[in-house]
Structure formats: C-alpha cells, structure tokens
Design a protein around this ligand. Sequence first.
Ligand code: SAH
Length: 230
Amino acid sequence: MSFRATVLTLYPEMFPGHLGASLSGRALERGQWSIDAVQIRDFAEDKHRTVDDTPAGGGAGMVLKPDVLARAIDAVSKDDHRPRLLMSPRGRPLTQKRVRELADGPGVVIVCGRFEGVDQRVIDGRELEEVSIGDYILSGGEPAALTLLDAVVRILPGVMGNELSGVHESFEGGLLEHPHYTRPQVFEGREIPPVLTSGNHGAIAKWRETEARRLTEERRPDLLFQPVKK
Ligand code: SAH
C-alpha cells in the first residue's frame, strides 16, 4: 500500500501544487503516493454553504465551524488508521523525526485552517494532532500542509533518485550538514578546501564531521542539547 494523503481545505486547487513537479511529481504519477484534496465547503448544509462564523466571546476574524469540519473529517477518515493532523501555529513544531514516523505509516489526513483557526471542539472531538511548521503566521494551512508532505514524500521508498543522498542530512544525525562544493576548483578566487580533493576518505569524513559540529554550535546550539534523535 502506498502512502495516501487526504487534505481538507477551502482551496483544493492549491494541491498537489509544487508536489506535482520534479521527483515527487513523478512518484505521484507512478502511484508511489497519492493525494486527495477535499473541499470542506462541500460539507456545509445550509443554502449559502457557510463554513465559518464569528468567534464566541467576540473579537476579530472568523472561526471554522465545528459541525462542517467534523462531517468532512468523518467522510474521509471513517475506519481509517491514518493520523489526523491540523496545521496550526500552536502545534508541536514539525521535526525530521516526526516526518520519518509519518513516512513509515499508511498516510495522513491533514486539516488546513483558515481565518482565525478552527473551533476547539473539533480538535478535541476528532483528536487532531496540531502541527506547526515554524514560529510565524501563514494566512492558511495549505502551504504548511504542502511543506509537511514535501518532507514526507521525499523519503518514501523509491522517490529520491539516489537513495543515499537522504542519509547524511541536516538533523538526521542531530547535527546540521557540512558545506558542499563542486567544480570548478577555483570560483571567483575561492578554492575548494584541499582535503575534499585529496582522495583521503578518512580525512574527508573527519573534515565533514568537524564542519557539521562547528556549524551546529554556531547556528543551532539548541540541537546539541537535545536527546539523541533517531
Ligand atoms: N489566529 C491563529 C492563526 C490563524 S492563521 C493564531 O494566532 O494562532 C490561519 C491558519 O493558517 C491556521 O488555522 C493554520 O491552519 C495555518 N497556519 C498559520 N501559521 C501556521 C504555522 N506556522 N504552521 C502551521 N499552520 C499554520
């Protein structure tokens, strides 16, 4: 069974978006994963197909109605063991570890918020796992869902041309990745570090490890003090 993504959104035309191009696009055509974007509005039952309402307690903006969203979730995930995610700036920050877990599973159901967000009772009642892609506010959950799916799809079996290129990446070993170089040997007066063209594989591995550690200490010291990642 290939990885199956169902996305609940008010803008289904945003999918598969960039995932329809390049390696993920070819994998989609080959059936190595699938994506189904479902219009939340189709589950509104009133004449005007209303999906939002004013916030209880007052204040700016609108809130996605729980009844409409619950019907949409139930319609796509009955008897379904896929994790149900809600893209949300209040969620737990997405990590490569969670991406790997999701990629190892059967797929995901992703709810994309809009407006001020969604009614809390549907988050609680449908046990939605809130996931954030960073400490900033987007106008909707769609680009966040595409980001999460991008990270998942690229590590699905057979999606990346060169399987090995997925192994030594930033975060995988708890460190940021070392810098990369390619020809020409001298570019605008800057040389490729000689060790990389020395043919000495032991020395190259050591240089990469040292650089990875240096970059991580400099830019992301927080990563060094986390419990060891898978
Ligand atoms: N009022 C909310 C923000 C709503 S933004 C708050 O202050 O928390 C509208 C929608 O965009 C959200 O419901 C969510 O689905 C999506 N979104 C915005 N920023 C996001 C982020 N950093 N990560 C994931 N989803 C995000």
